[in-house]
Design a protein around this ligand. Structure first.
Ligand SMILES: [Zn+2]
Length: 90
């Protein structure tokens, strides 16, 4: 037989978990490793845990991101150059 109180308690827990955020500042004072997702200290600067694999992957990701940003900048410059030439050339 299912205990009605236990069910109610479970539902309340679910709800409080869903509505976490502004009211529960102490819970939000942590970060998640961006690679494997485990909790890490909020004070650390890098957003990865101490796992070497995660550190390596994070470094690789950042390098890729930097390269991508540089290419985006180059493309943007290439596309805006004709416009600038037209603006200043006439
Ligand atoms: Zn990790």
């Amino acid at each position: 037989m299912v205990d009605a109180n236990a069910v109610k308690e479970k539902a309340a827990k679910k709800q409080s978990r869903r509505s976490r955020g502004a009211s529960t500042a102490s819970i939000s004072a942590h970060k998640h490793c961006r690679i494997c997702g485990i909790n890490i200290n909020a004070k650390v600067e890098v957003r990865v845990c101490s796992d070497q694999e995660c550190i390596d992957r994070n470094t690789k990701d950042e390098t890729n991101q930097k390269r991508m940003r540089r290419w985006m900048f180059i493309f943007l410059a290439l596309f805006s150059l004709p416009v600038l030439i037209r603006l200043f050339g006439s």
